[in-house]
Design a protein around this ligand. Structure first.
Ligand SMILES: [Zn+2]
Length: 463
């Protein structure tokens, strides 16, 4: 909520029209400026990672607030990149009287792939011609065609049994937790006979209250990942059958709820090539000794090769053939990529060879590494917007590629059903617990020039 208020505040001050509370999500918004065609959408994720609180600029584990969530991926750099780009482009559009509309949107709850399918359903992309996405990385990186990685259904299975005194009358109880454990055991046996491409993992979010009460409720939350729509659906059906079987073994009842979903990505060649050309013009930031010292110290801390920060941009590349895609992570930008011509710009605002979803991925944020990388990324994004604003043939090429290649054999059909609603309750408890203590760490730009200064951190702090 604070993030959304901060970001939309800047955009509103600069003349953008803001729609708040978008698609049934209190933290979602769409910011629009300009008029006419083409309509260019700029998106990037905004959410963080549980228990990833970390002091920026410090090359070892040292949380700002122990146990609190933190930016253990770097999603806090992406919308600033898009805002910087949008404000620069707006100035040029006004000066040169260029027609076109810029639409900014935040990837809300990306870590639980919770928003983008709902944005599509709400019509965010109905009038969009070109969609430029930005995601933090450790270098400039773009690709086109099928992305390496997976799509997924995120599903919660809730079992209901009957409580009883666990010592006095255990035979009168029906343990919902037994059902959860049996489902997990069954899934882990079944795993051997699933395609190598799948990724699946679960956490038990309700495992009962205390040992002397037979658990009458229990919940397990699965991410079921596969490399295409049909295989994702198949994985879900297997999980549904195993859940039913576990309920049957324990005489409990089971219900399921979809908490999030994502299609595997399929990116636009004309957009990715335009991004890459602009990245080579902008070039990588000039890292100084302090930046390299932080990067190498963190790599050493994590027992990784001490390669520091990159000095070369890798070539843009075609995505993988389906039989060569051996799985990996997901991002619900996949859904957008099947809806409108889209490409992702990875930009160099983080340190290479980090584990991901970890405190270490938060170290570079709010340091000169992130500031330089995000600013370089903003230049690339702005130049790419200008390419599409000033060269109608590029827009046409992107649409042609979308029709004749991206969606030739496969059309988008949402993994969310018409009755599914955004799972906005997720993380509510965590925020309730930590928000009051986090408040005093909000950046105060009236008092401090940088966040490192506010926290009193010497850059870099290494062992
Ligand atoms: Zn991400």
């Amino acid at each position: 909520m604070e993030t959304s208020r901060y970001l939309t505040g800047i955009l509103e001050k600069n003349g953008f029209r803001i729609e708040r509370d978008y698609a049934g999500m209190p933290t979602a918004w769409v910011a629009t400026w300009g008029s006419g065609k083409p309509v260019i959408a700029l998106g990037s994720d905004i959410d963080c990672i549980p228990q990833a609180s970390q002091k920026p600029g410090v090359a070892y584990h040292d949380p700002v607030l122990p146990g609190a969530p933190g930016h253990g991926e770097g999603h806090n750099s992406g919308v600033p990149l898009n805002i910087t780009a949008a404000l620069a482009v707006k100035k040029i559009m006004e000066r040169e009287h260029l027609a076109g509309t810029i639409k900014l949107w935040p990837g809300v709850a990306e870590e639980v792939v919770g928003a983008k399918a709902y944005f599509i359903r709400a019509g965010l992309f109905n009038d969009v011609d070109i969609s430029l996405f930005a995601h933090v990385g450790a270098n400039f990186d773009t690709s086109w065609g099928a992305s390496a990685g997976t799509g997924l259904e995120s599903v919660e299975y809730t079992f209901k049994g009957e409580s009883a005194h666990a010592a006095a009358n255990p035979w009168r109880g029906r343990s919902a937790l037994d059902a959860v454990e049996l489902m997990d055991v069954a899934w882990n046996f079944r795993r051997e006979h699933l395609r190598l491409q799948q990724r699946s993992h679960s956490v038990i979010t309700d495992g009962g209250d205390q040992p002397n009460v037979v658990p009458s409720t229990a919940t397990v939350w699965y991410y079921l990942r596969e490399t295409d729509y049909a295989h994702i659906k198949e994985l879900r059906e297997i999980a549904d059958r195993i859940a039913k079987a576990a309920a049957s073994m324990t005489d409990t009842d089971v219900s399921s709820r979809l908490l999030g979903s994502a299609w595997p990505g399929n990116m636009s060649k004309p957009i990715a090539e335009a991004m890459y050309a602009n990245a080579t013009v902008v070039g990588l930031p000039k890292w100084d000794e302090a930046d390299q010292a932080l990067a190498k110290a963190l790599q050493k801390e994590l027992k990784q090769p001490e390669i520091g920060l990159p000095s070369e941009i890798p070539a843009t590349k075609a995505g993988l053939a389906p039989d060569q895609n051996y799985g990996g992570g997901s991002d619900d930008i996949g859904d957008v990529s099947w809806t409108v011509p889209t490409a992702t710009l990875r930009y160099p605002a983080n340190i290479p060879n980090l584990p991901g979803h970890n405190w270490a991925n938060a170290v570079a944020m709010a340091t000169p590494i992130a500031h330089k990388g995000t600013t370089a990324g903003a230049k690339v994004q702005a130049m790419t917007v200008l390419d599409f604003l000033t060269r109608p043939e590029l827009v046409r090429q992107a649409h042609e590629y979308f029709e004749t290649t991206t969606t030739k054999d496969q059309k988008y059909q949402p993994l969310i059903g018409p009755d599914d609603k955004p799972a906005i309750h997720l993380n509510a408890k965590t925020l309730e617990q930590y928000r009051p203590a986090m408040r005093k760490y909000y950046f105060d730009s009236s008092k401090y020039k940088t966040y490192l200064e506010q926290l009193g951190i010497t850059y870099p702090t290494v062992r």
